[in-house]
Design a protein around this ligand. Sequence first.
Ligand code: FES
Ligand SMILES: [Fe+2]
Length: 369
Amino acid sequence: MTPMTEFARNQWYVAAFADEVGRDLLARTLLGEPVVLYRTEADGRVVALADRCVHRRFPLSASSLDGDRVVCGYHGFTYDTTGTCVAVPGQARVPRTARVAAYPAVEQDTLVWVWIGDPERADPLAIPRAPHLADPGMTTVRGMEPIDCDYGLLVDNLMDLSHETYLHGGYIGTPEVAETPITTEVDEAAAVVRVSRHMPDAECPPFYARSTGIAGRITRRQDIEYHAPCLYLLHSAITPVHQEQPVFRTEITYAITPAAPGKVYDFWAVSRDFAVDDAEVTDFLRDFNHQVVMQDVDALNLLQRALDDEPPGYQELSINIDAGGLAARRVLAALAAEPHRAPDPADAAPAAHDGASPAQGVHATGNAG
Ligand code: FES
Ligand SMILES: [Fe+2]
């Protein structure tokens, strides 16, 4: 059995889409910790508490809210938004140790970010941004699928889009994706890995043909920006071949949140800046991308079971297409081993490049636009 990817605890993780959190108690497991989420009546703030009553460990997510307090559904221990127990049944005195952990939670860009690690180190300014999700000029479809696999397998999957040609052929993959070499760039200090693939003359896959109406070949750009450990942005731009305009821009977002060893939440979103009011395009992209996500989910569930059955010590064989995935593994290992260091402005040297990348290169543009 292959070793699991270590968790980086002192990091922000997406626990939910903002509109999933309301006055019903929502259960999620983050880095092996059961968490209950809800929104306060008082100011609409998101609260994230440990999802186990301190008394007999009943899940608070299976309990109920009394105003902004959670009343345990088993014997009534009552918790405020800081996780402090403020009432117990049958006695006036509440034991001093009666409290559950309250995790820092921040709502940003329609996502709810939760910090499971050392609360002293939770800096909301370190949360990576995905502003397109809240951009009124774009239309977003989205969903979440849990996968029974090491979260590292999902990172691997997303960092190497050559799999689109094979696993997602007839959906988003065409021969050019697998044929076109990538460039890889790593910013170790910021824990960001960028992988780009620019296809000047490519077949238009059904995903884009049916959403943009383009009939012929396209110029297709894929610029990945992975903010380890959780946020993955794929900036996609499509133009009819040999044309500068129009540019159809799609932002594909994934949040990769380890739930527990061997379990990951796959949050996905597709935002577009074209046909924004076209409900048919919206329905098509939601269904179609869900099918694409399920192809990955099925493949990764299968892959994990295959790896589980393996004797230890198998050496993988990596090639050029794996440069981004290998860089991501190194960044994740560094984050798991030590606290995340914010980029230091005094450190003006250019970002270190991925030395192992045979297709090494740098592109100056952050976004495909
Ligand atoms: S388990 Fe929660 S009050 Fe007893
Ligand atoms: Fe995929």
